[in-house]
Design a protein around this ligand. Sequence first.
Ligand code: PA5
Length: 473
Amino acid sequence: MTRHSRGRPAPIQLEFDDVLSAEGGVGRDAFESLFPRLMALRDEVGRVDVELWQSGAEIPAEKQPLDAGFIPLPETILGEYRSQRDSSELGRILQVASQLSEMVDRVVVLGIGGSYMGARALMDACCPPYYNELSPGERAGRPKLYFEGNNVDNDATAGLLHLLGDDNRNPDWAIVVISKSGGTMETAVALRQFVRALQEAGLSGSALAERVIPVTGASGKLADLATSLGCPERFRVPEGVGGRFSVLSPVGLLPAAILGLDVVALLEGAAAMNQRFLQADPEDNPVLQYVALGHLMEQLRGATIRVTNVWSKALESLGLWYDQLLAESLGKQELGATPLTAVNTRDLHSRAQQHQEGRLDKFHTHVVVENWRTDPLPVGVIGPNDDQLDALAEVTLPEIMAAAIEGTRQAYRDAGRPGCVLRLPEIHEYTMGQVFQFWMLATVVEGRLLGINPYGQPGVEAYKRNMKRVLEG
Ligand code: PA5
């Protein structure tokens, strides 16, 4: 049985005593000596850059691109929603989401990179496991959600088209297509496949157009296509918000609202993290602390690999979202830690050997959920005791998980590989909002600390140019 939290869960916490005191860590002196620099960077990232971006003044060359718009975004969207309700952007998102729920039973979300990973993280974290397998009633009447356009994998695309029933004369599905630039090959090619399937199922004109909801920039190929198709509803990726920083814009909010998630709580969580970042002293500021730990582990201990150990299956996509954020933001000028998500206990049986005894080049963050959403399952009794588990019959899965976490942390600590813990009171939209904003802010501060512009991803263009040349023969 699922338990629902009443009200907002407690704030997320970062715990890191091990990294300051254990062998292989960084020591308190080094940690605290970074505080003045981090305070200055907080001012630069959280105030100076935001004001510069908001002013509309010319951005100095060394700061271009400056996508600081993600920082005030949660407060902006919430403020408009509170004052304008249905006519605000969030109000419109909620209306379109509920119209879609009435119109169709399945939605295909097309997008890649920052136009995909945040929505995926939200679905996997906040919806029940096996969500798409549940009955309409168990889904509270909300559509199933599928993600495509995040690859050019023929079999995967064909498989989803088959599932949707491409010869069905009454298609019960719609498309949300997300691309900030509007010109990304994977997304654009997928859009053609799925629009054609709707056409082949007999839809055209306004009946087709209302099944395609674009989320894109003010102009571009997708915006033009939406106009040609006559799409009645469309949403904008805001100016000054980079793809991998856009989860709290319509890019993540629309899919989340379609799933019936509490998008207000999501934004409130992010706003709460903004407050902590902007107001708390370093001793009490998880964003600045996380930056200091990662940076010092890299500088002093050669920990160039940053392992995010998520201790819940539901958080794997969140880990992958952070992998993209860190890799695309800081992987520049031959700098930036290499991210890696491990899902435990699963990956204790695949990666842990290396994490325990391999190269001393890793910094571990353990993302730990305090309260599970469902009642604890005991090991139980089945009659025979050949597996010798009767002694643990009363022990529950959460208790076994807690033992695995403690045992792993102890083993890593004993091996001179201390890690920090990002503690989530529970998986909830409010918690996810905090975590998203926490990691986005930390990544930008860390970029500035390294002397890297965390915004933009110039290196991704090279493969696109080559691919275009190959296709054009
Ligand atoms: O973070 C980024 O900017 C990228 O990962 C983009 O999100 C990704 O390349 C997709 O781009 P677009 O939304 O323009 O299709």
